[in-house]
Design a protein around this ligand. Structure first.
Ligand SMILES: *Cc1c(COP(=O)(O)O)cnc(C)c1O
Length: 430
């Protein structure tokens, strides 16, 4: 038995499913997880000494690569000054200034501890600001695990949300209206029916939690118009796309401004951090200025701020990183597309910059229903092959691949090669 296997045996005794977040359990690919001991650059090392080229990057945060010196130094420095004060610090001012300087639509920002918290708080602020209750969310978009957001199945437009998770009272999701990603008409219908009651539309401007699904031309623009016309708040959940697609995230990439934006993952440089921010007028409803209560004992924690500031400053000072990430994305995802063409595989590769994913279905994949057509069993075989050959991708069809600055041309070439060998061998079966 490997050390990972024996650790997992121990883990399941005291931790539900042996993990502290479900997707880590490798359940959807019928395996048990590798326990990671350390990471550097684009590589992970597990407790058995196996090395993996990592395409998860902690689910997004490690955009500069793991254990980046610039970040570690700042964190070490901050640690020695004390881990938490529960009081205002200079680093929080630096962080707020940094975020506002990088994202034009963010005039004020509040730090929290996770993406879940950021979304929950932004929705509350939008409701407080508008005095309305209803929100529109899209099937297949993940916005953390707060009650009102745990709706994605259901029968599409005009249907009030039914919770996906047990333990969520229906009362918590009754004001969550569901729409279909890229279905402009569906959203228009919801506004026709409920316009004056809609506090906010929340969306991942690139869907990155149902695999990768891109907004079609004009879709985000139309959401912007509908929100403006109806006095609703447009919330971009940029927990994954923020500071990744461009300095100002998807808003810059697609040229559409949000009223509120939520952040997580990248913004903490690997520490548990989230944030929400946007128009001054909206953010001023938040306590202690306004009447929307939101608080956090460890929010703005000095060590977390040090990591986040180090990472974001690097991105700000090196604007060329975005062209580099785009190029790496083109090499990997373009390479995957060519491979599918060459081998006659009827699969779909969706990508935006450094984010991408291969769906095991002919596609096109433009929404949750399309994504769910994927052959997840075929994905499982592919996943196991990749892992056995030292390539660590997300153990689910419905997750993105994340490239970092640390992935070299050679790393990507090797990845494509390993993929190619697998599909060449198995293509007859499909
Ligand atoms: C991961 C994620 C969240 C939740 O963030 P946590 O830090 O895991 O709570 C919210 N929105 C999006 C788009 C995410 O990818």
């Amino acid at each position: 038995m490997t050390r990972s296997e024996s650790l997992f045996q121990e883990a399941v005794k005291q931790i539900p499913g042996g993990v502290n977040s479900p997707v880590r359990a490798f359940g959807s690919v019928g395996m048990t997880p590798r326990f990671i001991a350390s990471a550097k650059g684009a590589y992970l090392t597990d407790v058995d000494g196996n090395r993996y080229l990592d395409y998860i990057g902690s689910w997004g945060p490690m955009i500069l690569g793991h254990a980046r010196e610039e970040v570690l130094e700042k964190v070490e420095e901050a640690c020695r000054k004390g881990l938490s004060f529960g009081a205002a610090t200079e680093a929080e001012v630096d962080m707020a200034q940094l975020i506002c300087s990088m994202v034009p639509s963010v005039e004020m920002v509040r730090m929290v501890n996770s993406g879940t918290e950021a979304v929950m708080s932004a929705v509350r602020a939008a409701r407080g600001y508008t005095g309305r209750d209803k929100i529109i969310k899209f099937e297949g978009c993940y916005h953390g695990h707060s009650d009102a957001m745990l709706v994605k199945a259901g029968s599409g437009v005009m249907t009030a949300g039914v919770p996906d998770s047990s333990g969520v009272p229906e009362g918590c999701t009754q004001d969550t209206l569901l729409a279909v990603y890229n279905d402009t008409e569906g959203v228009e219908k919801l506004f026709d029916a409920f316009g004056a009651e809609i506090a906010a539309v929340i969306i991942e401007p690139v869907g990155a939690n149902m695999g990768v699904v891109l907004p079609e031309d004009g879709f985000l623009q139309r959401l912007r118009e509908l929100c403006t016309e109806n006095g609703s708040v447009l919330i971009f959940d940029e927990v994954i796309t923020g500071f990744r697609l461009a300095q100002a995230g998807a808003q810059e990439y697609f040229g559409v401004q949000a009223d509120l934006t939520t952040y997580g993952k990248i913004i903490g440089g690997g520490m548990p951090v989230g944030a929400y921010g946007g128009k001054r007028e909206i953010m001023e409803v938040v306590a202690p200025v306004g009447s929307v209560y939101q608080a956090g004992t460890l929010s703005g924690n000095p060590v977390a701020m040090a990591a986040g500031i180090a990472q974001l400053s690097y991105l700000k000072e090196h604007p060329e990183v975005y062209a580099m990430l785009e190029e790496k994305g083109e090499q990997l995802y373009g390479g995957m597309r060519s491979m599918c063409r060459d081998l006659g595989l009827a699969y779909t590769v969706n990508a935006a910059g450094s984010l991408g994913c291969m769906f095991f279905t002919p596609g096109p994949v433009a929404d949750y229903t399309g994504a769910k057509r994927s052959d997840t069993k075929a994905f499982g075989g592919y996943f196991r092959h990749m892992l056995e050959h030292g390539i660590y991708i997300a153990p689910s069809q419905f997750e993105a691949m994340f490239l970092s600055l640390a992935h070299t041309e050679e790393d990507i070439c090797r990845t494509l090669d390993i993929m190619h060998r697998y599909f060449e061998k198995t293509k007859e079966k499909y």
